[in-house]
Design a binder for this molecule. Structure first.
Ligand SMILES: NC(=O)c1ccc[n+]([C@@H]2O[C@H](COP(=O)([O-])OP(=O)(O)OC[C@H]3O[C@@H](n4cnc5c(N)ncnc54)[C@H](OP(=O)(O)O)[C@@H]3O)[C@@H](O)[C@H]2O)c1
Length: 314
């Protein structure tokens, strides 16, 4: 699937022929608005050309501002970057999909998206409150809509031409299969947590077989310590090849045929995380043999974000 041996330039084809996704992606799950702007700007300057956003991150406007300014300052055209955003759980009802999409585009200051994802397969009670709960603190799910209903509305967005591809996020293989079977527009990408402690081999194999891009979030284990960044196999390979543990983990992810999203928040870390190169075959295999298993984000089980602080809607 990979087109380049320079991991920084690896691009992966979308299965509907609408373009390519740069494998090395920058994630914008950054709670602070000012940091969102500087980190997005620094990522673009470091070389990142793939930006992952979400209505739920509540910072699409800041990402959009940073991108417009960065593109203009660096002479980069819109066509040279790949932008994804995501439909939140409270907008799963078909009639809410296009308005949510349009609002995201407006906040981002864009006139098309490269990829639009259903953020999680869990429909929450529709409305402006992004985290609807009952008086006991239990999430209010919406039983009136199925994932396939929402997918059909996503397909219409592709038909209307302002979104080049659509996909799923925070799904398990058993949720992907029925959508894949019924879809008129097949999912082009699936975004899930993945790193050496959560290799998701079965889902990755399915994606490879169907030409779906497997897009790994938290490739550094969300920076958790202890976690993959401090794993002795990873740190010893880093010392051996003269790279940092973060660079080793990011290289491993692309070498195994996934795209990834990482969230460096400073210019120095943006340069570090972009400056990756191919690992020797024995190092790659050693990482594949790590047996520790750990999931850092439980969103896949409930639809409730694991890394996003809870806030009441304004
Ligand atoms: N679909 C979903 O439900 C979902 C869920 C989670 C994330 N995502 C997406 O995936 C993106 C990436 O996830 P993530 O933020 O967990 O990715 P990550 O890159 O695995 O973790 C980011 C954390 O790692 C640390 N870090 C970054 N570069 C480092 C380096 N070179 N050395 C040491 N530590 C480093 C940072 O810590 P500091 O805070 O110290 O800088 C940062 O907080 C998100 O921004 C978002 O776009 C999607």
């Amino acid at each position: 699937m990979n087109e380049s041996s320079d991991l920084r330039l690896t691009r992966m084809p979308l299965n509907n022929g609408s373009g390519h996704m740069p494998a090395l992606g920058f994630g914008t799950l950054i709670p602070d608005a000012a940091v969102t702007i500087t980190a997005t700007r620094d990522a673009l300057a470091a070389g990142f050309r793939h930006f992952d956003c979400a209505e739920r991150y509540r910072n699409e406007r800041q990402v959009g501002e940073a991108l417009q300014a960065g593109l203009a300052a660096n002479g980069i055209s819109r066509e040279d970057i790949f932008v994804t955003t995501k439909l939140w759980n409270t907008n799963h009802r078909p009639e809410r999909v296009e308005p949510a999409f349009e609002k995201s585009l407006e906040r981002l200051g864009l006139d098309y998206l490269d990829l639009y994802l259903i953020h999680t397969p869990f429909a929450f009670q529709p409305g402006d409150e992004q985290d609807p709960r009952d008086q006991n603190g239990n999430v209010l799910y919406d039983k009136e809509v199925t994932l396939l209903d929402t997918w059909r509305a996503m397909e219409s967005l592709v038909d209307h031409g302002r979104c080049r591809a659509i996909g799923l996020s925070d799904v398990t293989l058993d949720r992907v299969l029925p959508i894949y079977e019924s879809a008129r527009v097949k999912p082009a990408a699936i975004q899930v947590e993945s790193h050496p402690y959560l290799p998701e081999i079965e889902l990755l194999e399915f994606c490879k077989e169907k030409g779906i891009i497997f897009l790994a979030f938290a490739p550094l284990g969300h920076g958790a310590r202890p976690g993959p960044l401090e794993d002795p196999v990873v740190t010893s390979i880093a010392a051996r090849v003269g790279k940092t543990p973060a660079q080793v983990l990011l290289a491993w992810a692309i070498q195994r045929g996934t795209a990834l999203l990482t969230t460096p928040k400073t210019a120095a870390r943006a340069k570090e995380n972009f400056n990756i190169s191919v690992l020797p075959e024995d190092a790659f295999s050693e990482i594949n043999r790590i047996e520790t298993r750990q999931r850092f984000n439980n969103v896949v089980n409930t639809g409730t974000p694991g890394f996003i602080p809870r806030v009441k809607s304004a």
